[in-house]
Design a protein around this ligand. Structure first.
Ligand SMILES: *Cc1c(COP(=O)(O)O)cnc(C)c1O
Length: 371
């Protein structure tokens, strides 16, 4: 049996990506070239979405999406405290306030009833997160009549109960392509929308506020440099070609984990798909039992067994920046706090072997003392 450390994540990069990057390097056009539109068109087509705009990161995409939704100074945006910090930070970029509401204990997504209770006259948008790739209950949020920005950064490949791909409902929806995501461009992101005018605004704002038909140094609005290079777009195109295989591999791995870990008493596993909903597998996160070693001891113990793992995710409202800025405290969002305090991400990447899954499971049993 191998004792090499098992990493948490690892991208699948092959000859197709290498060739694609070389072609761009040799073409002389490294940015705002033909791969940009090709990647946008292919991504939108893959999901059945109307329009896509490639941007430099998921975080940049969330920022532009919130601006496009009309979020500005003094507004409130209702969102999940159980997310990667970027979804709340992006609200602050526009001097608006993230208003957290508790999560559903099964799906770990923003709870629609809690979100509805958090709406005030200052609420200008709702920002649900498809956490760990599980589809958020979008029809419930859409019924609230406010602009919606979906954080779909973890949810490529996820499908709603009605068969529509997550991100393709016509709302502003944002994907991310950091190295651990379902597809990667190193860094990168994509904003989807059903509205061509919204796409035009995002395309302009990612490029310093320049309209498509304007001269190089003329700008008719405030913009940013949130462009994605043609090098990155070329990698993204090659990754899209592998997407089905990589998603199938992640789903098979999740089944292996479920078989290997299902018998551990008190250990909470990712929820099963409900009805026709489909998770787009991104990470495999377990919640350690209430009555055993704590999350950080488990992470340390796994490392001693040659298994990388990570506390994932910590609650955003309890991070020091958010506590100090907004006076948040323990007890505000009990479901989120309980889940976050016990959540550990295990190694999860296409190509991970059954032998590696068995090693992780054995290590986890040993560390939890439930061999
Ligand atoms: C990855 C991720 C993002 C975006 O991250 P970037 O590193 O900026 O691409 C945003 N929200 C969630 C929930 C994520 O997992």
């Amino acid at each position: 049996m191998s004792t090499e450390e098992i990493p948490l994540a690892r991208p699948v990069i092959g000859e197709a990506e290498e060739r694609a990057v070389l072609e761009v390097l040799r073409s002389g056009q490294l940015s705002l070239g033909p791969r940009l539109e090709a990647f946008e068109v292919a991504f939108a087509a893959r999901l059945g979405a109307a329009h896509a705009s490639a941007v430099s990161s998921g975080t940049a995409g969330l920022h532009l999406a919130l601006r496009a939704a009309g979020v500005s100074d003094g507004d409130e945006v209702v969102t999940s405290p159980f997310s990667f910090v970027a979804s709340a930070n992006a609200v602050l970029y526009e001097r608006a306030r993230p208003v957290f509401a508790d999560i559903d204990p099964v799906t770990l997504n923003l709870d629609p009833a809690a979100a509805a209770a958090a709406i005030t006259p200052r609420t200008s948008a709702i920002l649900p997160v498809h956490i760990f790739g599980y589809p958020a209950d979008l029809s419930a949020f859409e019924a609230m009549g406010l602009p919606i920005v979906e954080d779909a950064c973890e949810a490529l490949g996820a499908v709603h109960a009605d068969g529509v791909a997550v991100g393709a409902r016509g709302n502003l929806a944002v994907f991310g392509f950091y190295a651990n995501k379902q597809i990667t461009t190193g860094e990168g992101g994509m904003v989807l929308t059903g509205d061509p005018a919204v796409k035009a605004r995002i395309d302009s704002e990612r490029n310093q506020g320049r309209a498509a038909d304007m001269g190089w140094l003329d700008h008719d609005r405030l913009g940013f440099n949130y462009r994605l290079s043609d090098l990155a777009c070329a990698v993204g195109l090659a990754q899209l070609d592998r997407l089905d295989g990589m998603l199938a591999s992640r789903a098979a791995l999740a089944r292996s984990y479920r078989d290997a870990l299902g018998e551990i008493e008190g250990l909470d596993l990712p929820c099963d798909d409900r009805g026709a909903e489909r998770r787009g597998w991104f990470v495999f996160v377990v919640q350690v039992p209430h009555d055993g070693p704590g999350r950080d001891d488990v992470v340390r113990g796994l490392r001693e067994h040659g298994v990388q793992s990570k506390p994932y995710l910590p609650a955003i409202h309890l991070m020091s920046f958010y506590r100090e800025r907004f006076g948040h405290r323990l007890g505000e969002f009990p479901v989120c706090e309980d889940v976050a305090a016990r959540s550990v991400a295990l190694p999860f990447f296409p190509g991970m072997t059954d032998e590696q899954v068995a090693r992780v499971a054995a290590a986890l049993r040993a560390v939890l003392g439930r061999g």
